[in-house]
Design a protein around this ligand. Structure first.
Ligand code: CU
Length: 179
């Protein structure tokens, strides 16, 4: 099976599409099909983009680098510039979560069902601190593990980015009464 520039990581399919919609979808290309279900259901479609220079001026960064969503919501990981990728840190996935990722330049759609904090990185620029986090539902469930693993990743550029992002994640947790 070939996907032109996109594929779906939706973990399960609770979708109940009408027959008419199903037939409509069958007539579309696979890449389009992968993007349709959330649109049909009217769910929030979040997006993260990879940048050489993010809107806030940060070099080699995802925007937003920290994304807050509800369980079951989907995120499109796309590209403002060439040469980046998205790959989950599989050593700290929440319980029941599946890894996700794509090749350089590949746009992926991921539906996040398990609550927790998901860390991910750009393969070509991980050492430059190009990492990000998706906070799903009660994201504190595995936050201690994510914090420890993130702090242990090698390199001063990652360390600076981890310190900044963890501070922001803690602020979100406190504001929501989760921490
Ligand atoms: Cu990159």
């Amino acid at each position: 099976m070939t996907f032109s520039n996109s594929h779906s990581h939706t973990l399960a399919s609770p979708l109940v599409l009408s027959r008419r919609h199903s037939l409509l979808l069958l007539g579309m290309g696979a890449s389009v099909l992968a993007l349709r279900p959330s649109a049909l259901l009217g769910q929030t479609q979040h997006s993260v983009t990879a940048h050489n220079r993010a809107p806030d001026g940060t070099q080699m960064a995802f925007a937003p680098a920290i994304l807050r969503i509800r369980p079951g919501e989907s995120v499109r990981f796309g590209h403002a510039d060439r040469g980046h990728s998205f790959q989950s840190y599989d050593d700290t996935l929440p319980d029941g979560a599946r890894s996700f990722g794509g090749g350089v330049g590949e746009t992926i759609d991921v539906t996040f069902r398990a609550e927790g904090t998901y860390g991910y990185f750009c393969r070509p620029h991980q050492a430059m601190g190009m990492i990000g986090f998706v906070l799903v539902g009660d994201f504190t469930r595995n936050l201690a593990a994510v914090r420890a693993a993130s702090a242990a990743r090698p390199g001063p550029m990652i360390a600076r980015r981890v310190a900044e992002y963890m501070g922001e994640i803690d602020r979100i947790g406190r504001a929501e009464g989760l921490i």
